[in-house]
Design a protein around this ligand. Structure first.
Ligand code: UDP
Length: 323
């Protein structure tokens, strides 16, 4: 079986392409390389194209049985200051991809959604039936695409799964692929930059949240665990019904706890300083991963220390400590 991994030269897409290959599937990567990197697609067929380019998509869609869609902008803060970019790509581009899929014979679609669709949750841990009330434009774009799938699914016989990720982190254990964002805004790689003096200090975005130590709590999930869930979702789609599934560990860590884990694992101190809260950041986001376990027989296997260790190994390779 062949799968088109759209956005497969990005962070989560590249790890999923590798997980598919390891399970014996053929993965073809389609990416416009706007934010992706050809180095993250080693040994894969890479087709360079945009999600809104239906004529480029049509021939490759004839060669696959399923599509996984990762090609989206994913910075909450940027979506607040530049929503146009997010609606253009994540909504208009995404729907154009979806229509290209409908115009082909492919009827299996897996979507990279996000816990951002829930906004500030009424309860934690968060199950899939919570109301979806996003609090930033990024989350709105993910919700609109979920709703398009919910309409297209029954109308056109399209099987889909909305995988709602919590905080993806870490890198493949092989050290060959990992996170490569520019600029880097995510917590763990940003802390590594502070360790190396590549930024003056790690800004802690707020310490007055209603959490045990006042800093935001997130559910950090190893990217290889996430990637493996996509393969299981694909297999579930062969017999199951369309669904939304949270992908997280069920355990939250505060920003300060992450900085302690980094010190423990790398032996290096992260210099940090207090900064104002970031727009659109809820206090606590932690998954209830029950449905993923029940439907997909999936559970996160890798620990926080493995997340930090694999991320550090990768980061030291691509942005080494100056000698
Ligand atoms: N964060 C922080 N300083 C940074 C980057 C992130 O304090 O330089 C916090 C952020 O407020 C959030 C958590 O770390 O609570 C994870 O943020 P990240 O950007 O990694 O992921 P997001 O939750 O936005 O998907």
């Amino acid at each position: 079986m062949a799968v088109l991994v759209v956005g497969g030269a990005g962070y989560i897409g590249s790890h999923t392409a590798l997980a598919l290959k390891r399970r014996g599937y053929e993965a073809i990567i389609y990416d416009n390389l706007g934010a992706g990197h050809a180095e993250l697609a080693p040994g894969f067929e890479l087709i360079v194209g945009d999600i809104s380019d239906a004529s480029k998509l049509a021939p490759v869609l004839r060669r696959v049985n399923a599509v996984m869609h990762f090609a989206a902008h994913a910075y909450v803060g940027e979506s607040v200051v530049n929503p146009r970019k997010y609606f253009q790509n994540n909504v208009l581009g995404g729907i154009s991809l979806l229509n290209a899929v409908l115009d082909s014979k492919v009827r299996k679609f897996i979507f990279s959604s996000s816990c951002a669709v829930y906004g500030t949750p009424a309860k934690v841990p968060m199950s899939e039936d919570l109301p979806r009330v996003p609090v930033n434009p990024y989350g709105v774009t993910k919700l609109i695409f979920e709703q398009a799938l919910e309409a297209y699914g029954p109308a056109y016989g399209l099987g889909y799964i909305n995988l709602r990720y919590f905080n993806a982190a870490g890198a493949d254990e092989s050290g060959t692929i990992g996170e490569m964002h520019s600029p880097e805004t995510h917590l763990i790689p940003s802390a590594f930059e502070a360790i190396r003096g590549q930024r003056p200090a790690l800004d802690i975005f707020g310490d007055k949240y209603p959490t045990p130590d006042g800093t935001c709590v997130r559910d950090y999930i190893h990217v290889s665990d996430l990637a493996e869930a996509h393969v299981l979702a694909l297999e579930y789609l062969a017999g199951g019904t369309s669904q939304a599934v949270n992908l997280g560990t069920g355990r939250g860590y505060s920003v300060r706890e992450i900085l302690s884990a980094i010190k423990r694992v790398t032996g290096r101190e992260v210099s940090s300083r207090m900064a104002p809260p970031r727009a659109g950041d809820p206090a606590e986001l932690v998954a209830d991963p029950t449905r993923a376990q029940e439907l997909l027989n999936w559970k996160a296997k890798r620990s926080l220390d493995e997340i930090v260790a694999t991320a550090w190994k990768w980061d030291e390779r691509v942005r080494p400590t100056p000698k």
